[in-house]
Design a protein around this ligand. Structure first.
Ligand code: AHR
Length: 871
C-alpha cells in the first residue's frame, strides 16, 4: 500500500508542482470508518513521538509509516531527553483532538497538545500537576458529572497513587485530587508481532486517509531531500551534454535588500574565549567552575590551565575579591624565591618573533612583603622567549601592566608569573594580549580571525548567539549588562555549550567590531524565556521570567538601546562613552528571542516586550522568532503571531540537507510580500558526517540565488555557526575553522564571501532555458543577476550542481552597456572537496556571450557598466 502511494507520488511530482499535489484515493472499496490506535513505540522510549496504526476489526493492525512521528515531545534537553511516553488521544465534543502524555519517568508534568486533524498539532504545554511525584500514564475521560477529567498514576518508592484533575480548556486544571483507581485504561495490541500500548478511537475513514497521505508525502519529500551527489552518476547517467540559454532581463530592475549577507556570531566551539577574543591566558580570572561542565570533568575548576612551577602552593580564595562579580582569585604561597604560576593558555600560547605582548594582572602582597614580579614567556625546555619585571606589588589590590617583546616565534609558549621574594601573594585577572589586535583595539580581537570575518564583507553581525543568547535556564540567560564595563566588574558565566564565558568579549566589543567592519549590529536578547533545550532550571523553555519582573526586564532592553544610541550624557550612554565611544553606535535592529518554541509562556512575554518596544523605540526594527525549523508547529504559530502583531521582521532557522536546499528554492517565492520581512538567521547544508565541502557549499550557493531573487522579502541572512576551534567543536559544520596559529576558511566560507563581496541592491530576473527540462536537472542549475548601484557593476552568479559541463549562452539584452573586460571568479572541484578555493581571472564579455560552465561549480562575473544604464 505504502509503496503504491509512493510511486503515485513520484509520478505526480513529474507533472505537478509540489505545492499543488492532490493524491486522495480513487474509487476503491473503503470502509466508512475504522479504529485508530495512537501510541509511542515501546522500542525507542518514545523518542520518535506519536504514531498511529489503523484496523477495521481491532485484530489486524496496519502501522502508518511504520512509526511515522506525527507529534514529537519538546520537553527537556536536546536529544535523548525529548520523549513522549504513553500518549493518550481523546476527541472532545467540538471535534478537537487532544493528546496527553508523560514526558519521562520522573517529572511532575502533564504534557498536552491539540489538533484539528491529527496531522497538524498545535503548541505543547507542560503543566505541573502535583508538587512532588511523577505523572504517569495520563488518560482523559468524562467523570460522572460529564466534566472532562484527566487521571494519572504516580509511583514513588514503590507506592502507587492515582490522581485526577478537571479541565475545560486543557490550559487550566483544577487542584489534583486522589482517586482510588483510573476508570479507563490503555489497550494493548500487536502490529505484526510487535506489542504496543496505546489508546483507540473510532474515526471516519477520511481521517485515516489524511494520515496516510501526510505520511506518504513526508516519505516522498524525504527521498528528495536525501539526494546526494554521490548518486549523481546514476541519477544523471544519460546526461552527457547540456546547453543553457540565460536571458537576463536588464530592462526590468527590482529593488532588493542591501543587507542580505551578514554573519552570525555565537560563542560556540570556543569562538570567543580562546578564539576571536585575543586574550591568550586561559581562566585568567580563576572563575572556571566545575558547574561549567556540570561537574562532569574533574580537571575543570578554578585552577584549570594553571599550575605552580617550583616550590610553592596555590589555593583559591574568595574572601576579599577585587569586585564581587569576580569572586575568585589565586593565592600563591612561596617559601622561597624561584617559583611562580604558569599558564599554558588555550592549547599553548602562540607568539611571533618581534611582536609585543601586553601583560597585566591584579595583585596584592598578603603578608606585607612588597615585591617585584617577573613575567616571562617560556618554552617547554625553559628557554625564555621574553620577559619583564613589574615592581612595587604592595598590600592592596591594584592592577599592574607592562609589555613583553617575543624574541622568537613559538607555537606553544607558557606564561610565567614569578614573585621575586618569598611570601604570600594574591593574583587575579592575569592577562596577556597581543598588542596588535584587529584595528589595534584595546581588549580587542584576534586580528587574523577578525580579518577573515571582515573579508566576507558582512552587512550585519548578529550576536551573541544562538542558544547562548537565551541560555541554559533562566539563570544562564545572556544579560548584556554583565558584559560591559571594566573587565574585573564583568560577570563571567557557564557557557551552555559546556565551557566558560569570561565576558571579556562583551557588548561594547561587539558593537565596536561591527563599526570597525562597517556592519550593522544585530544583538539578540532573550524573549524572557531560556533556551527550549535547557537542561537546568526546570522544564526547558516552559520557565520564563516571572511576570512581576517583566517591567524590569523590559527596562533592561530599553537600557541596551540607550547604551547603543543614547546621548553620551544619558545614564547608559555615559557608560559607552566611558568605554571610549562617546558617539552612538546607531543601532537599528534588535532580535527578541532565538528560535524559541512558541508556547504560551513565550507568547505572553514576547507580546509585552514587543508592545513596549514599539511604543518607546518605534524606529528600531524588532525581529521576532518563528522557531527552530522551516516548518512545523513553532514555524506556523510563530508566523501567526507575527501576522497578528505585525512584527516587522522574523528570524527563521533551518539546518537541512543539500537535497532540501535544492528542492526548496521556491520557499520564499511563495511568501506574501505584505507580511513581515525575513531574517534567515541560521542556516547551513548538512550532509551525513557533517563536512563543509563543495557539495554543501554549492547547495548553499544555489539557495542563495533564490534568496537574492527574494531579496524584497528576505532582508538578511547568516550562515551558522561561524567559528570553530579545532579540537573544541561542539557543532559541525562551521564556516571558519582555526587553531592558535592558522585560520582555515571552508569551501562554504568562500561561497559566503563571494556573495558578500559581490552583492547588489537591484535584482534582474533571468529566463533560463535548458536543453534538458527534467526538474532534477533544472533545479541544479541556478542563476542570479544583480547590480550594485554604488559601483554600477553588474554581477552574474551561476551555480551548476550537475556533473556535466553546461554550454551556456548569456544574453544581457540591449538595456545595459557593459565593459568588455569582466572579472570572473570560479569555485569548482569534486563535490567531496574540502579545500577548493575560488580562482579569479579577467575575461572578455559582451552583451551576448558564450561560456562553458564547469560541472560542480560556482561562477561569479563582475562586469562594469556605464553608470545609470539599466537602473
Ligand atoms: O548555530 C548553532 C545553534 O543552532 C544555535 O545556537 C541555535 O540557535 C541553533 O539551534
Amino acid at each position: 500500500m505504502m509503496i503504491n502511494r509512493l510511486f503515485f507520488l513520484m509520478f505526480c511530482s513529474l507533472f505537478l508542482p509540489l505545492t499543488t499535489w492532490s493524491f486522495h484515493s480513487g474509487t476503491s472499496l473503503k470502509p466508512d470508518s475504522a479504529y485508530l490506535f495512537a501510541y509511542a513505540s515501546l522500542n525507542d522510549g518514545g523518542r520518535a513521538g506519536l504514531h498511529f496504526a489503523w484496523s477495521t476489526d481491532k485484530q489486524i493492525w496496519h502501522a502508518i509509516g511504520p512509526d511515522h512521528g506525527f507529534l514529537r515531545c519538546d520537553y527537556g534537553r536536546w536529544g535523548a531527553q525529548k520523549r513522549m511516553l504513553r500518549p493518550f488521544v481523546y476527541r472532545d465534543a467540538n471535534g478537537m483532538w487532544h493528546c496527553v502524555w508523560s514526558v519521562n519517568e520522573e517529572d511532575n508534568v502533564l504534557a498536552h497538545a491539540q489538533s484539528e486533524d491529527l496531522v497538524k498539532w498545535q503548541r505543547q504545554s507542560y503543566t505541573e500537576m502535583i508538587q512532588d511525584g511523577n505523572c504517569l500514564d495520563p488518560i482523559v475521560y468524562k467523570d460522572a458529572s460529564g466534566n472532562t477529567t484527566i487521571g494519572w498514576r504516580t509511583e514513588k518508592e514503590g507506592k502507587i497513587q492515582y490522581y485526577k484533575t478537571a479541565t475545560s480548556d486543557f490550559k487550566t486544571y483544577s487542584k489534583a485530587a486522589v482517586i482510588d483507581t483510573l476508570p479507563t485504561h490503555r489497550e494493548e495490541i500487536y502490529i505484526g508481532n510487535k506489542r504496543e500500548i496505546g489508546s483507540i478511537n473510532k474515526v471516519a475513514w477520511g481521517e485515516i486517509d489524511a494520515l496516510l497521505n501526510a505520511q506518504a508525502l513526508a516519505a516522498y519529500k524525504y527521498t528528495l531531500w536525501s539526494e546526494q551527489t554521490k548518486d549523481d552518476h546514476q541519477r544523471f547517467a544519460s546526461l552527457d551534454s547540456l546547453k543553457a540559454d540565460i536571458h537576463v532581463q536588464t530592462g526590468d530592475p527590482r529593488k532588493i535588500s542591501d543587507l542580505l549577507m551578514g554573519v552570525f556570531f555565537e560563542d560556540i566551539n570556543y569562538a570567543a574565549d580562546g578564539g576571536l577574543y585575543a586574550e591568550l591566558v586561559q581562566n585568567r580570572g580563576f572563575e572556571y567552575r566545575p558547574s561549567d561542565k556540570e561537574g562532569k570533568d574533574e580537571t575543570w575548576n578554578h585552577q584549570t590551565a594553571w599550575k605552580v612551577q617550583g616550590k610553592g602552593s596555590l589555593h583559591i580564595d574568595s574572601v576579599s575579591p577585587i569586585h564581587p562579580n569576580n569572586k575568585f582569585y589565586a593565592v600563591l604561597d612561596l617559601p622561597s624565591v624561584g617559583a611562580g604560576l604558569q599558564n599554558k593558555g588555550f592549547d599553548g600560547i602562540s607568539i611571533k618573533q618581534g611582536a609585543t605582548y601586553l601583560c597585566s594582572f591584579f595583585a596584592r602582597a598578603l603578608n606585607g612583603i612588597k615585591t617585584g614580579v617577573e613575567i616571562r614567556l617560556v618554552g617547554d625546555d625553559g628557554t625564555v622567549y621574553g620577559s619583564t619585571i613589574i615592581k612595587g606589588i604592595a598590600g592592596n589590590w591594584k592592577q599592574y601592566q607592562d609589555k613583553i617583546v617575543a624574541n622568537t616565534s613559538a607555537v606553544s609558549a607558557t606564561l610565567e608569573v614569578k614573585p621575586l621574594k618569598a611570601g604570600t601573594y594574591a593574583f587575579d585577572l592575569i592577562s596577556l594580549f597581543p598588542e596588535s589586535t584587529f584595528k589595534n583595539r584595546k581588549n580587542g580581537l584576534r586580528a587574523d580571525l577578525a580579518q577573515a570575518i571582515a573579508d566576507m564583507r558582512p552587512r550585519f553581525v548578529r550576536f551573541p548567539g544562538g542558544c547562548v543568547a537565551h541560555g541554559d535556564g533562566l539563570e544562564n540567560m545572556y544579560r548584556w549588562k554583565n558584559t560591559i564595563g571594566p573587565l574585573e566588574e564583568r560577570v563571567p558565566q557557564r557557557n551552555l555549550w559546556g565551557y566558560h564565558q569570561s565576558a571579556g568579549l562583551g557588548y561594547f566589543e561587539y558593537f565596536q567590531f561591527c563599526e570597525d567592519i562597517g556592519a550593522e549590529p544585530l544583538p539578540v536578547v532573550p524573549a524572557a524565556v531560556p533556551c527550549q533545550n535547557s537542561g537546568t532550571g526546570g522544564a526547558g523553555q516552559q520557565g520564563g521570567i516571572p511576570m512581576e519582573d517583566m517591567d524590569e526586564y523590559i527596562q533592561e532592553i530599553f537600557d541596551l538601546i540607550e547604551y547603543a544610541n543614547g546621548d553620551k550624557n544619558s545614564i547608559w550612554g555615559k557608560k559607552r562613552a566611558a568605554a571610549g565611544h562617546p558617539e552612538p553606535f546607531n543601532l537599528k535592529y534588535i532580535g527578541i528571542g532565538n528560535e524559541d518554541l512558541i508556547t504560551d509562556v513565550f507568547e505572553e512575554r514576547f507580546r509585552l516586550i514587543f508592545a513596549a518596544m514599539k511604543k518607546r523605540y518605534p524606529a528600531i526594527t524588532v525581529i521576532g522568532t518563528v522557531g527552530p525549523s522551516a516548518d512545523g508547529t513553532d514555524y506556523r504559530e510563530g508566523w501567526e503571531l507575527a501576522d497578528a502583531l505585525e512584527i516587522p521582521m522574523v528570524d527563521e532557522h533551518y539546518y537541512q540537507s543539500p537535497g532540501w536546499f535544492i528542492h526548496n528554492q521556491d520557499y520564499y517565492d511563495r511568501y506574501d510580500r505584505s507580511k513581515s520581512k525575513v531574517y534567515l538567521g541560521e542556516y547551513a547544508a548538512h550532509l551525513p558526517g557533517r563536512p563543509n565541502n563543495l557539495e554543501t557549499a554549492l547547495a548553499e550557493a544555489l539557495y542563495l540565488t533564490s534568496l537574492e531573487r527574494n531579496g524584497d522579502v528576505v532582508h538578511m541572512a547568516s550562515y551558522a555557526p561561524l567559528l570553530a576551534k579545532e579540537g573544541h567543536t561542539q557543532w559541525n559544520p562551521d564556516l571558519i575553522y582555526f587553531n592558535n596559529e592558522e585560520v582555515k576558511p571552508t569551501v562554504g566560507y568562500y561561497v559566503q564571501q563571494l556573495y558578500g563581496q559581490h552583492s547588489g541592491d537591484t535584482y534582474f530576473s533571468s529566463d533560463i532555458v535548458l536543453s534538458e527540462s527534467k526538474p532534477a536537472v533544472s533545479k541544479r542549475f541556478g542563476v542570479s543577476a544583480v547590480k550594485e548601484e554604488k559601483s554600477g557593476d553588474l554581477i552574474l552568479k551561476i551555480v551548476n550542481l550537475l556533473p556535466t559541463e553546461v554550454q551556456t549562452n548569456i544574453d544581457f539584452g540591449d538595456n545595459i552597456v557593459l565593459d568588455e573586460e569582466a572579472t570572473k571568479i570560479t569555485l569548482k572541484g569534486d563535490p567531496t572537496d574540502l579545500k577548493c578555493q575560488p580562482v579569479e581571472i579577467g575575461e572578455q564579455v559582451s552583451n551576448k556571450f558564450k561560456v562553458a560552465i564547469s560541472p560542480y561549480s560556482f561562477t561569479v562575473y563582475r562586469i562594469k557598466t556605464k553608470m545609470g544604464v539599466g537602473s
